[in-house]
Write a protein that binds this ligand. Structure first.
Ligand code: PLP
Length: 395
């Protein structure tokens, strides 16, 4: 009899982490691989944040903390929501976890019963369906079209709702497409959700600060009639280049926040004390570098989108946030190229041209691939040249 639990058998390891790992291994074996798979900023954590952590260590801030976050960090989070999103929360409406990922995991574990449905618009961040499955829920994947900017429409949302729907997940700007929902688009979805009173909304705002072309970020809890049913998740990983520090947080209804804390009390106990001190400085300290880094990302985005659209067989939308593009490779999947799927495409690209990207099917939409442009311009230039030569060699 297998030692592995049935619930674990329902899920697969993260495909994006797998690609990053494979690129790392190939590089260690001496291959000149360019990895465009990783979902983290290539910038370093700003010095004021590092110094706050060093100070915390020196001050002996090295013990267990309150289960779901220190009072100082909760205060900083409350102020962040007020300052940036015009949202009011009290301390008992805030939870802090070991990364946004753990906050999401805790949420599903705390709220899903067997068979509860979670609407997940595709393409989606790879972890959503597996977390839902692990918690005993049922992912209801709704494919969003390129012509809609890969975004969920109110019509599709309405159709996806059933008596068993417990959650809708929204992620804007999105991983993997970079698409951001406008205020109008969110209000359109909100109309459907206001009518369907049992549904809760999980808004994953982790890419809030990485946005371009004056895109106005709007989060669904700002629709007052939905605030009581929304869990707004965010974190310091992407905005403050703090992926390794592992701090994420969420704000929402008290009973839900309490339940999330209960799970945490029996798993990690609390997020790292030192990382929490660093996160306080991230949220309260100077914010100038966010814009500077977004400008650097924008330059890369423009370069990558333009380069991809110059390749025969590839088309690519211009996203308004995050650091990903999600180009189509459908024009290259045919008898002549001998490539049938996006997985064939990315595997051959890695084998022949040493560029690691992730197949769209890993995000729930076939015929595409994801590029993370959170790497140097030099790397991107090399990668774009290689992708172009590779695609030309196919025909
Ligand atoms: N949500 C999305 C859409 C992400 O892309 C990620 C990380 O890749 C996370 C949540 C989790 O981030 P973290 O656990 O580092 O806070």
């Amino acid at each position: 009899m297998s030692i592995i639990s049935d619930s674990l058998k329902r899920i697969k390891p993260s495909p994006t982490i797998a690609v990053t790992q494979k690129a790392r291994e190939l590089r260690a074996a001496g291959k000149d691989v360019i990895g465009l798979g990783a979902g983290e900023p290539d910038f370093d954590t700003p010095d004021n944040i590092k110094n706050a952590a060093i100070q915390a260590i020196k001050d002996g801030d090295t013990k267990y903390t309150a289960v779901d976050g220190t009072p100082a960090l909760k205060k900083a989070i409350i102020e962040k929501f007020k300052r940036e999103n015009n949202l009011d929360f009290t301390v008992d409406q805030i939870t802090v976890g070991t990364g946004g990922k753990q906050v999401l995991y805790n949420t599903f574990m705390a709220t899903l019963n067997k068979g509860d449905e979670v609407i997940i618009p595709a393409p989606y961040w790879v972890s959503y369906p597996d977390m839902v499955l692990l918690a005993g829920g049922k992912p209801k994947i709704i494919k969003c079209d390129e012509k809609d900017g890969f975004k969920l429409t109110s019509k599709k949302l309405q159709k996806a709702i059933s008596k068993k729907t417990k959650w809708l997940i929204l992620n804007s700007p999105s991983n993997p497409t970079g698409a951001g929902y406008t205020k109008n688009e969110i209000e359109d979805l909100a109309k459907v959700l206001i009518k369907n009173k049992k549904i809760h909304i999980l808004s994953d705002d982790i890419y809030e600060h990485i946005k371009y072309d004056n895109f106005n970020f709007f989060t669904i809890a700002q629709v007052s009639k939905l605030k009581d049913r929304t869990l707004t998740m965010n974190g310091v990983s992407k905005s403050y280049a703090m992926t390794g520090w592992r701090i994420g947080y969420a704000a929402g209804p008290k009973d839900m926040i309490k339940a999330i804390g209960k799970i945490q009390s029996q798993s990690t106990s609390n997020p790292s004390s030192v990382s929490q001190a660093a996160a306080v400085e991230a949220l309260n300290g100077v914010q100038d570098f966010i814009q500077e880094r977004s400008d650097a990302f924008k330059e890369r985005r423009d370069f990558v989108v333009k380069s991809l659209n110059n390749i025969k067989g590839i088309t690519c939308l211009t996203p308004n946030g995050a650091f990903y593009v999600f180009p189509s490779c459908k024009g290259l999947l045919n008898k002549k190229t001998k490539l049938k799927t996006d997985t064939d495409f990315v595997q051959k690209l890695l084998d022949k041209s040493n560029v690691a990207v992730v197949q769209g099917s890993a995000f729930g939409l076939d015929g595409y691939f994801r590029i993370s442009y959170a790497t140097s311009m030099e790397n991107l230039q090399k990668a774009m040249d290689r992708i172009k030569s590779f695609c030309e060699s196919l025909s």
